[in-house]
Design a protein around this ligand. Structure first.
Ligand code: IMP
Length: 176
């Protein structure tokens, strides 16, 4: 039986530097406004915690959870919100914070659902982007790193709920 050995992709120092750059860019873009950061559970919690502490504008937070339903490990394309926002977003500037964009299905659905609630704006900040894997066209407004089609863990990202706690982003060698 082969053992899974995570291989270092982005060390914590590289992540911290990029998160500071993103926070600076976002703070500049929303100068004079108040932002609602909406984290997608569970994966975004570490990225969001670091991002918000590096922002220089007032921010509020809320969270949603989205699940893809259907059978098998591949996304069925149907996304259901299993934990709703607790904040009304009408008239607010909303920034959805996601750990990684893969097929694009989750975010295109969430942006659509939130857009119907008449927010002042909805944008997306993704820590990682596997841009080669899209099943629907989707472009995030802010991206930490674009990565190749490999399965990554750490910094909030999991494999079967394992490895989320790793401070670095690693590639799971045996699961490409
Ligand atoms: P999608 O863009 O709708 O396909 O879904 C993105 C979600 O798939 C992310 O929020 C993760 O939960 C999960 N995901 C996709 N690729 C990876 C990966 O490489 N590592 C960990 N989770 C991943």
């Amino acid at each position: 039986m082969s053992e899974i050995k995570p291989e270092l992709l982005f060390p914590r120092e590289t992540i911290a530097g990029r998160v500071r750059e993103l926070a600076e860019q976002i703070s500049g873009d929303y100068q004079g406004r108040e932002l609602l950061l909406v984290g997608i559970l569970n994966g975004a919690f570490i990225f969001m915690a670091d991002l918000i502490r590096a922002m220089s504008i007032p921010c509020r937070v809320d969270f949603v959870r989205a699940a893809s339903y259907g059978s098998g490990s591949e996304s069925s394309g149907h996304i259901k919100i299993t934990k709703e926002l607790e904040t009304p977003i009408t008239g607010r500037d909303v920034l959805i914070v996601e750990d990684i964009i893969d097929t694009g299905l989750t975010l295109s659905r969430l942006v659509g659902v939130f857009g119907e609630r008449q927010p002042a704006s909805v944008r997306v900040c993704a820590f990682l982007d596997k841009s080669g894997r899209r099943r629907v066209p989707f472009t995030a407004d802010y991206v930490g790193f674009t990565i190749p089609d490999r399965f990554v863990v750490g910094y909030g990202l999991d494999f079967n709920e394992n490895y989320r706690f790793l401070p670095d982003v690693c590639i799971l060698k045996d699961i490409a």
